[in-house]
Design a protein. Structure first.
Length: 99
């Protein structure tokens, strides 16, 4: 499984906008072929900090995600909301086993 933890810090005052844009991306992403999980997490103590947990069956499925219309629209919509560049950390998902 190909997992990416995407760390995001949003400009104060834009949190609700970020959540709305991310909800649309999430709803479409979970329907993609190869998507295993797509969680959106908000820091309890700092509501401007988010982590997106993106799990795909394999690396090609994860790469295909970045070519979807909903991902491109999300990326463009949230760009002005970012307090700093988002940071993705790739992982190999060991458990649960997929496929």
């Amino acid at each position: 499984m190909h997992v990416t933890l995407v760390h995001v810090r949003v400009v104060p005052g834009r949190v609700d906008d970020f959540i709305a844009a991310t909800r649309a991306n999430h709803q479409a992403s979970v329907r993609e072929p190869g998507n295993v999980r797509f969680d959106v997490l908000q820091d309890r103590d700092d509501p401007t900090r988010f982590v997106l947990y993106e799990a795909y069956a394999d690396e090609p499925a994860a790469r295909a995600h970045k070519e979807t219309a909903h991902y491109v629209a999300w990326k463009e919509a949230v760009a002005p909301m970012m307090a700093e560049p988002r940071r993705g950390e790739p992982f190999i998902g060991l458990m649960p086993e997929v496929g």
